[in-house]
Design a protein around this ligand. Structure first.
Ligand SMILES: [Mg+2]
Length: 132
């Protein structure tokens, strides 16, 4: 991995298209663990915590107004990159957890959109409960 990706604001400009399933196929090639499903699910929550940790420090160290829609304009690109990298770690663990239960990321993404569209049509986006 080149260090440039961490130090170049425009690193991702002009990148190749990558589908979720293409990502999953490549990401699972880097999976080396014995505890099927347990390892990636624990990693998923751990990396989600790292996203939260970065956000917590952004709040602590900066005068950002999170009530405004222009939060990306208020943030330094390095801070956005750091968050994006942690989100990438989340996706890696998610891809492997999905793989371990025999789902593709695109299947999961489609199921999620279908669920949200159904809730929207039934006006139940707000509220709680998995099966509303
Ligand atoms: Mg991480």
């Amino acid at each position: 991995m080149q260090m440039d990706m961490f130090e170049d604001e425009d690193f991702m400009e002009g990148h190749d298209e990558l589908t979720l399933d293409e990502y999953q196929a490549e990401a699972t090639e880097f999976a080396f663990y014995n505890m099927t499903l347990i390892y990636p699910v624990l990693g998923l929550t751990g990396e989600a915590g790292e996203v939260s940790e970065k956000l917590k420090k952004l709040i602590r160290d900066n005068d950002l107004d999170f009530t405004q829609d222009d939060i990306t304009e208020q943030m330094e690109w390095q801070d956005k990159r750091a968050l994006a990298l942690e989100m990438g770690d989340v996706i890696w663990y998610l891809a492997n957890a999905a793989n371990d239960i025999g789902y593709s990321l695109e299947e999961i993404a489609q199921m999620n959109l279908d669920k949200l569209k159904d809730r929207s049509q039934r006006n139940t986006l707000r509220g709680s409960g998995d099966n509303r």
